[in-house]
Design a protein around this ligand. Structure first.
Ligand code: SF4
Length: 324
C-alpha cells in the first residue's frame, strides 16, 4: 500500500486538523475536492439496529470517486451526487468532541463508516482522513462497521486490531463478540459486468483477495449484495453461484437487496442505469422498466423473491444472511 511520508500513518496519535498537518489544499485540488465544515459528523441511525447494525453513521467524504452507475446517491434525497466532492475538513475535531461527550455519559454504539459514500475512495490513499477518524474511535473505544468496495481497507488492519481489543459493544449486542465488522459490497462477481457498472471501483479479484486476507486475520467479514442487478445477477442460479464463492472463502454473512433508481436528470441513477442497460443489455430494458413501473423501487413480489432466494441459498451453504 502507498504511504505518505508527511503523514505519520503508523502511530496512533491523533492529529486534530488535517488542514494543519500536511498539504491538504494541494491534495484536495489534485482530486477535485472542496472543503466543507460540518456541525456534526455522527448521524444517529433512524432504524433500531437495521441490517447494518450501526447506531451512528459517519461519512468522511461527500461524493464517491468509484461512481457506480447504479449508485443511489445520484438523484436520491439523501445526498447530492457522486460527483460533488467534499472533504469534511473539521471532521477530526468534531468526532473527538462528539465521542468524548458520549463516552462521558456512557452512550455506546457502533459507528457505521460508509453508509453514503465509500470511506476508502481514491483520495483516502493520500489524505488518511478515514484512518485518522478510526484512531479517534479507537481512543474512545467505539466499535465500528466499515462498508467498502476497496482493498485499501487492508492498510488499516493494525488499527482494526486495536479497536477489536479496546472497543466496547452496546449492551444489546454484546454477544457479537467482535468490535470490528467489515462488509464488502458487490453487485456481481462477473468482472466484465462489474467493469460496466462499477468502472472506477477496485475489481472483483482485489475485493475477494482482501476478504481472504481479513479472514486470515480473523476479523468478522461479510458481504453486501446491494444491489443485485435485475436480470443480470439476481436469479436463483446467479445468487447460488455468487454465494458458493463466498462460501469457499468462508465469509461470515451475506445479505443483499434490490436495486433502487432515482431521478430524471442526466446524472441521476435512473437515467444513468437505463443508458448503460441500453448500451450493453438492451433486451433487459423493458423487463426492468416493468418491475419498476414509475416507482423508485421494484415491485414487492420481485423484492420478496430476491430475499427468499438469498435466504434459501445462504441456508444451502450454511452462511448467515445477517451479521448477527
Ligand atoms: S462505491 Fe458505493 S457510494 Fe461509491 S459510487 Fe459505488 S455504490 Fe455509490
Amino acid at each position: 500500500m502507498e504511504n505518505n511520508e508527511n503523514h505519520n500513518s503508523n502511530n496512533f496519535d491523533i492529529n486534530n486538523s488535517i488542514i494543519n498537518n500536511f498539504n491538504f489544499y494541494e491534495l484536495a485540488k489534485k482530486h477535485g475536492f472542496k472543503e466543507k465544515n460540518v456541525k456534526t459528523i455522527l448521524n444517529k441511525s433512524k432504524e433500531n439496529r437495521g441490517v447494518f447494525l450501526g447506531d451512528y453513521s459517519l461519512n468522511p467524504y461527500l461524493g464517491c470517486s468509484f461512481d457506480c452507475k447504479y449508485c443511489y446517491i445520484n438523484g436520491s434525497k439523501y445526498a447530492g451526487s457522486t460527483k460533488s466532492f467534499y472533504i469534511k475538513s473539521n471532521a477530526l475535531n468534531i468526532l473527538k468532541n462528539q465521542l468524548k461527550r458520549k463516552s462521558k455519559i456512557g452512550e455506546r454504539g457502533i459507528i457505521l463508516f460508509g453508509s453514503a459514500t465509500d470511506p476508502y475512495i481514491d483520495i483516502e490513499k493520500e489524505l488518511f482522513l478515514t484512518r485518522d477518524l478510526l484512531k479517534i474511535t479507537n481512543r474512545f473505544r467505539f466499535p465500528i462497521h466499515l462498508v467498502t468496495k476497496s482493498d485499501l481497507v487492508l492498510r488499516d488492519i493494525d488499527l482494526f486490531k486495536k479497536i477489536n481489543e479496546n472497543g466496547i459493544l452496546p449492551k444489546d449486542i454484546e454477544k457479537l463478540d467482535s468490535k470490528v465488522i467489515i462488509t464488502f459490497s458487490f453487485s456481481t462477481l462477473d468482472e466484465k459486468v462489474a467493469k460496466i457498472f462499477e468502472p472506477n471501483a477496485p475489481n472483483i479479484n482485489r475485493r475477494l483477495k482482501a476478504i481472504k486476507k481479513l479472514k486470515d486475520e480473523e476479523f468478522l467479514v461479510g458481504v453486501s449484495l446491494m444491489p443485485l442487478l435485475p436480470f443480470i445477477s439476481d436469479s436463483y442460479e446467479s445468487i447460488d453461484k455468487i454465494i458458493s464463492i463466498f462460501s469457499d472463502i468462508e465469509v461470515d454473512y451475506v445479505f443483499g437487496g434490490s436495486l433502487t433508481l432515482f431521478g430524471e436528470r442526466d446524472n441521476d441513477s435512473k437515467t444513468k442505469y437505463y443508458k448503460i442497460l441500453n448500451e450493453n443489455f438492451p433486451k433487459f430494458v423493458e423487463p426492468t422498466k416493468n418491475i419498476f413501473k414509475e416507482k423508485e423501487y421494484p415491485n414487492i413480489s420481485y423484492q420478496n423473491n430476491i430475499y427468499k432466494n438469498l435466504e434459501n441459498v445462504c441456508r444451502k451453504y450454511n452462511i448467515k444472511n445477517s451479521i448477527i
